[in-house]
Design a protein. Structure first.
Length: 449
């Protein structure tokens, strides 16, 4: 009986003391992960940079090059240290994002860009003109490419202000065009939307329609948006139903998802003029999230069925977002710029983590890349008027650590009081048990006498 009594009281005392230690020592001060941002290099163009920078190994030498266009009519190529390797000048502004692709499958990549001077240009990896194609009308659409005829080379696709979508061969020869009822600002999206192993071409026209063509430029279907869209659509199986959907964001503030043949699955209306949507899995749960930004300063996130997840107001017209796991925690962070020159970093739930301010508008997508093969990422940011500069930021994120030596006096003052109170309760309970045992023993002795 005595043994059972002692065991029960020992267990109670042990639980009291361990509760105090575990709960209070968990409040040891920690040093939060610190984000350190510094400018690594910058390159100034002659006028605004509104395109998304592209990063690739153009010449297959193991080093990365950075390519971007500018309103000063140039396409620029820089090495990983920000030194200009070459530039090529058009005769009109070159606002659209350039395309990097190995068109002819020779192991070297070409740079394709479009210009207000009516031309689409193809530049070799070392900065020489390979070919140009003159449409006779200004081009605002940025180009895309795909092997539409399965011949081992890529065709180049772009829209034009003459209302046509053009398909040009890898050597710059005309292959076909398709005429719509309005100008085409958006970039065509080649994707196999109907799962027949042949890519279709999806794009929006300012005649208010979203079109789907087959691989030779014949009409398949269209869906009436009611208004134009200025950027590329994106495609993925967004709701895990084994069917490809295409997501379109338009000038009228609508974002919508379609499946073949032009059947709308859902519609969301955040307002403003919307940028190109981003499809990604922010929290690594195997479910898609869709992010888009708006001219009204909002960034918002939807699930794959068009359900609202979160939004945040960034205070000014927003640029194009990207997502990347910057700190290695399995969740992606979101980077997006604004017209007020602020680059924001948000967590996967849309909360602001940090920001960095420039002296010009940020419209294009930043690029997160490890240029120098170290342990940290660089962020390449295109900054437009009035700065007109491409920046490379060095991003360092420190690992959270526990401060102090783990002793009791490293615990915050209030937590110390909590620990002392719980220890006191344990001691008081122990003294009470001892007192009860003494009284019980004296009682037995008195009874025996």
């Amino acid at each position: 009986m005595k043994t059972k009594f002692y065991a029960i009281n020992f267990i109670i005392l042990f639980c009291i003391l361990n509760f105090g230690i575990l709960t209070q020592f968990n409040q040891l001060p920690t040093v939060k992960a610190e984000v350190i941002i510094s400018e690594k290099w910058s390159y100034s163009a002659g006028w605004g940079i509104y395109s998304d920078p592209q990063v690739a190994d153009l010449d297959d030498d193991g080093s990365l090059e950075i390519v971007f266009t500018s309103l000063d009519s140039n396409v620029y190529c820089l090495d990983e240290d920000g030194t200009k390797l070459w530039n090529y000048s058009a005769t009109g502004s070159a606002e659209p994002t350039p395309l990097i692709a190995d068109l002819d499958d020779d192991g070297f990549k070409e740079v394709i860009f479009t210009s207000m001077d009516h031309n689409a240009y193809c530049i070799t990896y070392d900065g020489n003109l390979y070919w140009s194609y003159d449409t006779g009308t200004a081009i605002i659409s940025y180009p895309s490419a795909a092997d539409l005829d399965n011949d081992g080379t890529l065709e180049v696709l772009f829209g034009c202000l003459d209302n046509k979508l053009y398909c040009i061969s890898d050597t710059g020869a005309f292959e076909w065009d398709y005429t719509t009822g309005g100008t085409i600002y958006s970039s065509p999206l080649p994707v196999d939307i109907d799962n027949d192993n042949v890519e279709e071409i999806l794009f929006a026209s300012n005649d208010g329609n979203f079109y789907c063509l087959d691989n030779i430029g014949s009409y398949l279907w269209n869906y009436p948006l009611g208004i134009g869209a200025g950027f590329s659509a994106v495609a993925a199986d967004i709701d895990n139903d084994n069917t490809m959907e295409v997501v379109v964001a338009d000038y009228g503030g609508k974002i919508s998802a379609y499946r073949n043949p032009g059947i709308r699955e859902w519609l969301f209306f955040p307002g403003g003029s919307l940028r190109e949507p981003l499809i990604t899995d922010l929290d690594s749960d195997n479910n898609i999230e869709i992010i888009s930004t708006s001219s009204n300063g909002m960034i918002f996130c939807l699930d794959g069925t068009g359900g609202y997840l979160w939004s945040n107001y960034l205070g000014n017209s927003t640029g194009h977002p990207i997502a990347k796991d910057l700190d290695g925690d399995g969740n992606q962070e979101i980077l997006v710029g604004t017209n007020s020159g602020i680059l924001y970093c948000l967590d996967y739930q849309g909360n602001k983590l940090w920001n960095y301010t420039f002296s010009g508008q940020i419209f294009g997508k930043p690029v997160v890349v490890n240029l120098d093969a170290d342990d940290d990422f660089e962020i390449i940011v295109p900054v437009a008027h009035p700065d007109n500069t491409l920046y490379c930021l060095d991003l360092t994120i420190t690992t959270p650590t526990t401060s102090g030596n783990g002793g009791i006096f490293d615990i915050p003052f209030l937590a110390q009081w909590g620990l002392w109170i719980i220890i006191g309760m344990g001691v008081l309970y122990l003294l009470t048990v001892i007192l009860l045992l003494v009284i019980k023993k004296k009682g037995k002795l008195a009874k025996n006498n």
